[in-house]
Design a protein around this ligand. Structure first.
Ligand code: PLP
Length: 396
């Protein structure tokens, strides 16, 4: 029955959202994990070689420390920058590993390395600014720059950094160069010369550097690893991004940190004050327990990934048309497949139920490659390699 009143125009389902999020691409890695989870929940068998979540159980000492902290009442707001004892332990860890002297006051505890990178970018990039990203790169740098109103500028660096190309990409709007070593997706480690060239440009053009070292503990030749902040003159213009996620199998704990120049601490801290407040103190107690574990624990994890790497590289190199150099770090492989990476990834998924990521998801320089993650069980890896060998008709 009509009410007799003019009907109002139908409202759209929801009021408008900001272009900032509407225009933003989703994370191909997170979305792939969610697709795999949904397929598995629906009963489909998927051999997942796609995730950046290492299949390491969190060490019981870490869980016990977090549990005790909860029982002790560490369930309230804590200091915004993080627990002083944890900040101290992190500063000590950087000193031991890299030889760079940091004070606890130069450390901010963040929920994961991802938020550390986001906060560093939000603090440095204004609308219209440019940020140089070495390509291929982890999928979240570009979107974080866009969320800050900036423009990501990709510089091809698949096999190394070309200082001439890098210099050409820098304009008066450039604010920061993002450097990730060891690199996701390639597993590549940047050499001291490359880092020195990047630093020289940053000094010359007065730029910030973001050094993402979340895979540094998974470098198989530890002595050959160069920390950007350890180079003379680097610390004062570098945001170091690190995390416990990959080192200790603690992705779900969301524990990371920024090491940054003292003068930037208070400005960056305001982002935490107004968004998260702090990382839950009982989780930080777990982080302290992790950092107190003997290095042999990490060495054991690293060895597991090194063994998987060696097995998988040998098997992949037997497949026609695939070239897979052994990466010096991380649990990723980045074989060249000499074809359309999206089509091959889709074919492996549809015909073999093997989930990997197309290299082009990590930027134009990743095209023609696949990213395989060895953060899976040995059984899943062996079954995937056996299926690939059958598919390509090669005897293993
Ligand atoms: N940086 C790189 C290069 C990564 O690959 C990741 C996760 O995949 C992160 C940072 C963030 O990890 P988290 O937020 O779990 O510490």
């Amino acid at each position: 029955m009509s009410s007799g009143r003019e009907s109002a125009p139908p409202p759209s389902a929801i009021p408008p959202l900001a272009a900032r999020v509407l225009a933003l691409e989703g994370s191909s890695t997170v979305e792939s994990s969610e697709r795999i989870r949904a397929a598995q929940a629906a009963g489909r068998e998927v051999l997942a070689l796609a995730s950046g979540d290492p299949n390491l159980e969190t060490h019981p000492a870490i869980i016990a420390a977090a549990h005790e902290a909860m029982l002790r009442g560490a369930t309230h707001y804590g200091p915004v920058a993080g627990l002083p004892s944890l900040r101290q332990a992190i500063a000590r860890r950087i000193g031991e590993r890299a030889g760079t002297a940091y004070q606890a006051s130069e450390i901010l505890v963040t929920p994961g390395g991802k938020f550390a990178a986001y906060a560093a970018i939000m603090a440095t990039v204004a609308a219209g600014d440019e940020v140089v990203i070495l390509d291929p790169a982890w999928v979240s740098y570009g979107p974080c720059v866009k969320l800050a109103g900036g423009r990501p500028v990709a510089v091809a660096a698949l096999d190394g950094v070309d200082p001439v190309l890098l210099a050409e990409a820098i304009t008066p709007r450039t604010r920061m160069i993002i450097v990730n070593s060891p690199n996701n997706p390639t597993g590549r480690v940047l050499g001291g010369d490359e880092l020195a060239a990047i630093l020289a440009l940053a000094v010359e053009r007065d730029l910030w550097l973001l050094f993402d070292q979340v895979y540094s503990e998974l470098s198989f030749a530890k002595d050959a690893f160069t920390y950007l902040h350890a180079l003379p003159g680097a610390k004062a213009r570098t945001f170091v991004v690190d995390s416990l996620s990959k080192t200790y199998g603690m992705t779900g704990w969301r524990l990371g940190y920024l090491a940054l120049p003292e003068a930037a601490v208070n400005p960056v801290q305001k982002i935490l004050q107004h968004s998260l407040y702090c990382v839950p103190p009982f989780l930080q107690a777990g982080a302290e327990a992790a950092l107190a574990l003997p290095d042999s624990v990490i060495a054991g994890y690293r060895e597991r990934f090194r063994r998987r790497r060696d097995r998988a590289v040998a098997a992949l190199n037997r497949l026609p048309g695939i070239a897979c150099p052994p990466p010096p770090a991380t649990f990723y492989l980045f074989p060249k497949i000499g074809g359309d990476d999206k089509a091959v990834a889709a074919e492996w998924f549809e015909r073999l139920s093997i989930a990997v990521l197309p290299g082009s998801a990590f930027g134009p320089s990743g095209a023609g490659h696949l990213r395989l993650s060895l953060a899976c069980t040995d059984d899943v890896l062996d079954e995937a390699l056996a299926r690939l060998a059958r598919h390509y008709r090669v005897n293993v």
